[in-house]
Design a protein around this ligand. Structure first.
Ligand code: ZN
Length: 249
């Protein structure tokens, strides 16, 4: 069994609660689909954790901290520049090289791992409403051998390909499939949700475990008030970034 986490965004309280929860399952490897940093108050500590995991893919915020932020809103961009200054002040070359060496995709057996999408691994979003965009889903599907794991939207769930070529993709939120999915041969994309900034209306941190063909979604309570107060105390991190943790948006 292995665990897949994503979109930690510098939220150490959420990350440590998730790691403790993972420790209660027979998990032999941890994979992370990117965005370790950006938005949250503890980039260094989260990177230190990530350096111990079996796989960590590059996310768009990780990329923006190393290179130049492109296409971000004002709050996100300020948070990215603040994160960059914190890393620079730390004089930790190991953190910079770790970030710079992250792969954009990882393939293993029937599985593809990306932050965003198979077509544009770091930046493209696959939203639940994209199931109505047949063209987009067909193009993504062509790039997936069988099963794909992603993050990026912070909205967990399962996208399942239609059985007939003209049919529509289906999206199931975890609560619509009893927090469990068994891969059945149809092409499938699983969004593992976000550890540090869930946006599906549930403030609890989200991650999945994979055992053979079985995927289980997990939700974990954490002390979001503590993270929120740290964010409030840093002028470059907009208060909204703290408020949204409570609401899961
Ligand atoms: Zn993210």
């Amino acid at each position: 069994m292995f665990a897949i986490i994503s979109d930690i965004h510098g939220n150490l309280e959420a990350l440590e609660s998730v790691l403790a929860d993972i420790g209660r399952h027979p998990v032999s490897a941890i994979y992370c689909l990117g965005d370790i940093i950006g938005y949250g108050p503890n980039p260094i500590e989260c990177l230190e954790h990530a350096m111990k995991w079996d796989l960590t893919i590059l996310g768009n915020h990780d990329q923006a901290v190393i290179f130049d932020p492109e296409g971000f809103g004002q709050n996100a961009e300020r948070a990215i520049f603040w994160t960059r200054r914190v890393l620079e002040a730390s004089r930790r070359d190991d953190l910079w090289s770790f970030l710079a060496e992250r792969p954009r995709v990882h393939r293993e057996d029937d599985f593809l791992f990306v932050h965003g999408s198979p077509r544009s691994p770091v930046r493209e979003y696959i939203f639940p409403e994209d199931i109505y965009n047949q063209r987009k889903m067909a193009q993504l599907s062509a790039l997936i051998k069988q099963y794909c794991f992603c993050g990026h939207t912070h909205v967990p769930g399962v996208f399942v390909a239609p059985s007939e070529p003209e049919g529509n993709w289906q999206f199931l939120a975890p609560e619509e499939c009893n927090h469990f999915w068994r891969f059945d041969g149809r092409k499938t994309i699983v969004n593992v949700g976000s550890v540090g900034q869930p946006r599906d209306g549930d403030s609890r941190a989200c991650y999945v475990t994979v055992d053979g063909w079985d995927v289980t979604f997990h939700r974990v309570e954490y002390d979001w008030r503590k993270t929120r107060d740290k964010i409030y105390a840093i002028p470059d991190l907009d208060n909204f970034l703290g408020d949204r943790l409570d609401e899961g948006r």
